[in-house]
Design a protein around this ligand. Sequence first.
Ligand SMILES: [Zn+2]
Ligand SMILES: [Zn+2]
Length: 285
Amino acid sequence: MTNRQEADLHVHTTASDGTLTPGQVIHEAVKASLAAVGIADHDTVDGVAEALGAGPSAGIMVVPAVEINTDFDEGEIHILGYYIDYESTTLRERLESLRTARIERARRIVDRLNELGLKVGMDRVKEVAADAPIGRPHIARAIVKAGYAPTVSSAFGKYLVRGAPAYIPRYKLTPFQAIEIIHDAGAAAVFAHPGLSHHDELIPKLVDAGLQGIEVYHCDHSKSQSAHYLEVAHRYNLIPTGGSDSHGPNNIKTVAIGSVRVDISIAYRLREFAEGIQGSRVPGI
Ligand SMILES: [Zn+2]
Ligand SMILES: [Zn+2]
């Protein structure tokens, strides 16, 4: 047994494309002996309230967060926002418009699939997504369900990746705009899994735009990548965050909650920044 207090700062719930409800995430966090968990859904803060409701009685501190998907060059850059004012109307409206753009994109992808002869309807995609913001993983699952591909990853490869016949570029939001949205909502902005983005040249520009942290530890970072980004964090005076990016058990891959963790002091440093903007009203721990 160790008394070390640890946090998994990057977990998805059914509010976006995760398979566990916020309540179930808290349950898993308890089983993983975590002290804190960051609820970081894509483009939504709808899972935060439920987690905050369930966390304290389970002994889990909840870090209200969001993960905003943005576009850069030919790829995607994800920006995390920590200790976000999840009740802010402005934030909710801004995230809502990002989600509307997602639905519009999904509609166009489905149209393209229909043109290709696949009988996959938007109703089917919505059914798969349940209440979550619709994304390509839901379309991929609908394709598999309809029998046009054996696995989600093959559905992606055959139809949905960039260059595939049903690929539609998403509405463009820059990482700088995401940092602004996050700061406006009183939160600390963190560059998510930079090892997957392959755009290290962007880091100084993000720092200039007011970035607070960088996700050093992530399920898809190798040891040498984590060592590299820890060095980058020191160089730019960024908070070195980390999290599993768990989406719950699913058919792409299952990453356990708590499989990537950082010391609780990292959460406190993020909170300190948010307090600088929001004062002591900061939600969460
Ligand atoms: Zn991400
Ligand atoms: Zn994520």
